[in-house]
Ligand binder design. Structure first.
Ligand code: CMX
Length: 134
């Protein structure tokens, strides 16, 4: 289950359009997709940086994970997502090593990837995601 690369870095922002301007006008990146993920209560914007993506996350409801995060901690890095071959297998292996899972099994996330989260309380304070293609 060794990750092949960092699939994306999730960044919580208060205003998606304002944040997109920064990434485009200052860093010179191009936003190639905006997507709403209703069950996560977020709107997302994606940028490619080599093999890795930046995923901006704007909360659509204050009681969602990103809304609560911003209220508590302000804008900033929200999670790191590792590309793995098989998200379900990676989750099972992490659990077997004593890591607390948020998702027991994978579910569909942005860009139709299979995703699953590990709890930041057992990953040294970093909300950690696994992603795979199928
Ligand atoms: N990174 C690190 N720590 C985090 C965190 C994050 N992103 N979000 C919350 N925490 C910490 C909180 O600061 C809090 O710590 P303290 O107890 O020390 O104060 C603790 O985790 C519990 O936080 P909480 O505000 O009570 O929030 P919840 O328990 O309701 O939820 C979490 C926390 C991580 C379980 C929840 O946000 C979650 O399930 N996240 C996974 C889904 C997700 O983040 N979706 C959005 C992205 C979707 C996408 O990328 O497609």
């Amino acid at each position: 289950m060794k990750p092949t690369h960092i699939e994306h870095i999730g960044i919580a922002v208060s205003n998606l359009e304002e944040a997109i301007k920064y990434y485009e006008q200052v860093l010179g990146l191009e936003c190639y997709a905006i997507e709403e993920i209703k069950d996560q209560k977020v709107r997302t914007a994606f940028f490619r940086v080599g093999e890795t993506k930046i995923e901006l996350l704007e909360s659509t409801e204050s009681d969602g994970p990103v809304g609560k995060f911003i209220e508590k901690r302000g804008q900033g890095v929200h999670h790191i997502a590792f590309a793995v071959q098989d998200t379900d297998m990676a989750l099972r292996e992490a659990e077997a090593k004593g890591i607390q899972l948020i998702d027991k099994t994978s579910r569909k996330g942005a860009e139709d990837l299979d995703i699953g989260f590990l709890h930041p309380k057992s990953t040294l304070g970093v909300l950690t995601e696994f992603c795979s293609q199928y």
